[in-house]
Design a binder for this molecule. Sequence first.
Ligand SMILES: C[S@@+](CC[C@H](N)C(=O)[O-])C[C@H]1O[C@@H](n2cnc3c(N)ncnc32)[C@H](O)[C@@H]1O
Length: 329
Amino acid sequence: MIALQKKTLTPASAIDSEPKTGNEYHIPVLLKESIQALAIHSGGIYVDATLGGGGHTRAILASEKDIKLYAFDRDENALKFAKDNFLSSYQNLVLIKDNFANLRTGLALERVKKIDGILFDLGVSFNQISTPGRGFSYLHEGNLDMRMDESEKLTAFDIINDFPFEKLKEIFFEFGEEREAARIAAAIISQRKLNKIKTTSELSEIIERSTRSRFKMKAKARIFQALRIYLNGEIEALKQALKDAVNILNPKGRIVVISYHSIEDRVVKKFFQYEEKSCICPPNFPKCVCNKVSTLKIITKKPIIPSSQEISENRMARSAKMRVAEKRG
Ligand SMILES: C[S@@+](CC[C@H](N)C(=O)[O-])C[C@H]1O[C@@H](n2cnc3c(N)ncnc32)[C@H](O)[C@@H]1O
């Protein structure tokens, strides 16, 4: 049995009824840099696609008086935390419990057609990852759940216990970039013939046993990440939301994306590069026939990363990369 980290946090909203700063729930990453990158102006309409503990939300609201902000999260706990701790302080904040893949419909229901900037701070919050019952981390004992939206049906338990070998291998390889994907998938299949695999520690043990690499912790992190990304449809949601964001941004409106692993970052980088291009004809064509229009200007040629001081104060910042693009006028 692998020793699991004992120190786990009670969900921040459940500790007591005192208003919280938000940092117990999640410490916002690249806070100053992302707010600056949004280029917020008075009278503008903004979207925080990933409310979490509301660190970025509140910083956006503090940056200009006369703005309106719509904050999405698919996790009911994030909305509850905001309602319990700061929603009542802001007349100009609207919370939307939805997947940001539904950005356009979510905003349309609020009669919003155009926006002036949008922030995506991707992945999971500290609250989600450190709440044992939610099963997001191999460091915390809990049932294999991993749903960001707890009203969804499919859980990590279903994937681990019901999916065929080929599908498990594909998920581990595609979303975890795990080289020992086949070996780990095979070990899961043989273990589940004996008993259902129910908890984070049971899965963690199987990974520990089946990998040949010396870097067992990294393999565990990759497999847990892969399951989470697949289960929550994170990549499709991001692709859809980026497309929709470009369509609803006003000229000079900014898209700011903070990502935490190379798969997400690659999606954002490629999307920005494609949208910036004004021609996608093969290079040997004598003249342009594609009619492609450049919709975005890339502001960050290289991604912005947190300072070493920020990383030393907040380990969750260590893999963050921020990319920024601006809608063409
Ligand atoms: C890294 S946290 C955001 C932290 C936040 N910026 C803060 O300062 O506290 C990511 C949040 O986005 C939410 N999230 C992730 N993917 C989502 C999606 N597709 N739709 C809506 N919310 C999503 C998660 O539930 C989580 O609460």
